[in-house]
Design a protein around this ligand. Sequence first.
Ligand SMILES: Cc1cc2nc3c(=O)[nH]c(=O)nc-3n(C[C@H](O)[C@H](O)[C@H](O)COP(=O)(O)OP(=O)(O)OC[C@H]3O[C@@H](n4cnc5c(N)ncnc54)[C@H](O)[C@@H]3O)c2cc1C
Length: 378
Amino acid sequence: MSYQVDITIVGAGVIGLAIASQVAREGREVYVLEKNETFGQEASSRNSEVIHSGIYYPKDSLKATTCVEGNALLYELCQKHGIGHKKIGKIVVATDDAEVNELEKFWERGRGNGVNGLRMLSQQELRKLEPNITGIAAIFSPSTGIIDSWTLMSYFVGKAGDNGAHVAYRTAVVGVDKTPGGYKVSVEDRDGYFCFATKVLINCAGLQSDKVAGMVGIDIAEAGYKLHYCRGEYFSVGGGKSKLVSRLIYPVPKAGEAGLGIHVNFDLGGRMRLGPNADYVDTIDYRVDDSQKRAFYESAAKFLPFIAYDDLEPEMVGIRAKLQAGGEDFRDFVISHECDRGLPGFVSLIGIESPGLTRAPAIAQYVGKLVEEVLHNC
Ligand SMILES: Cc1cc2nc3c(=O)[nH]c(=O)nc-3n(C[C@H](O)[C@H](O)[C@H](O)COP(=O)(O)OP(=O)(O)OC[C@H]3O[C@@H](n4cnc5c(N)ncnc54)[C@H](O)[C@@H]3O)c2cc1C
C-alpha cells in the first residue's frame, strides 16, 4: 500500500461533489470514488429539484438552519455561474378547517426558522395568485424555487477538477481500515481490487452511507446510523395542464407522514410532475409502480380540480436515505467527525435526505471547516 492521498470522498452525488469542490486545492491530493459510471445517478438526480425555503423542519435543527442558509447560497451560486434555476415560489394549500390549523403551525415554524417573505393567504388572495386550484387558505413562500441539479453537479465537478481533485468512476469502496496515519481504503474497479492510504475519509455514500460507516467498525445500530429506504414515485402530467398553475403547489403534510405529500413540481422546461409519495421499502428498485396512478390522481385532485386520470404518466422513482423508520419521530441529518469513536479524520454524513440538494453548498462549507481543522491537527 504505497499510494497515499490527503482526502478521499466516497460518493459522487451532490453532497460528495460539493465537498470536493470546497476542499480541493493546489498541492493537495483529493479523490472522489464513485461506484456508478458517472456522477449523480442516485438521489441527486431522482428528486423534485426544489430549492426549499425551510418551512417544515423543527427550529434549530440542522435541517432547518442549513436549509435557510443553503437556499441563499444556492441562488447566489446559480446567478454567479449560470446554473439553471427559477425562483417560482411555492404555495402550501389547505382544503379544510383542520388543515388550516396545521397550516398556521407551519407558518409559525417557517417564520421562527427565519424564512424570508412567508405570507398567509386568504381564499381570495389564493384565487388571485392561482385561480385554478382549490383551497380555503394557503402559505405563500416566495423564496422557494427550482434548479437544474445536473448542471449544479457539473459545476461542482468542474470546480473540484480545476482545483486538482480527481473523480474515479466505476470504483466502489469495499473496505476501510484504521491505520496509525489515517485509513486504508480498499476499492474494486474494472481492473480488479486495490488499496491505498488516505489521511481523511469523508463518507457521502447516500443510501449506502451506513454500510460504509460499518466498514470502518462503527456499530451502526448503536450509533443510530441504520438507514431506512423510503421510495418516492413521480408521475408526469400531460394534457396541456402545466399552463394552469405557475408555482409549486403542495398539500399540507399530514402528521406522521414520511414525505411532504404528493405535490406539483416543475422542471425548468415547464413540464409538470406530481410526486413523490413515500413508501418504506427494503430494496432499491427504480421501476415505477403503475398501480400507484389512482392514488396519485385522487390525492392531487383534491386541490387540482383540472387534473384528469389520463393526464398522468409514470415518470421516475427516487429513494430517500432516512434515519427514522416508518412512524418514528423527526430525525436530523448526521454530520460527524468521528474523533470520539477513536476515528480521527473519518467524517460521516448519514441520512442526508431532503432538503439535501438545497443544503449542498452549506454542507460543503461546514465540512470544509471541519477538514481544515482535521488536517491542521494531523
Ligand atoms: C424522492 C426525493 C425527492 C427529493 N426532493 C428534494 C428537493 O426537492 N429538494 C432538495 O433539496 N432535496 C431533495 N431531496 C434530497 C436530495 O436529493 C438528497 O438529499 C441529495 O441528493 C443527497 O445527495 P448525496 O450525495 O448524499 O446522495 P446520492 O446522490 O445518493 O449520492 C451518493 C453516491 O454515493 C455512491 N456510493 C454509495 N456507496 C458507494 C461505495 N461503496 N463506493 C463508491 N460510491 C458509493 C452512490 O453510487 C451515489 O452516487 C429529495 C430526495 C428524494 C429521494
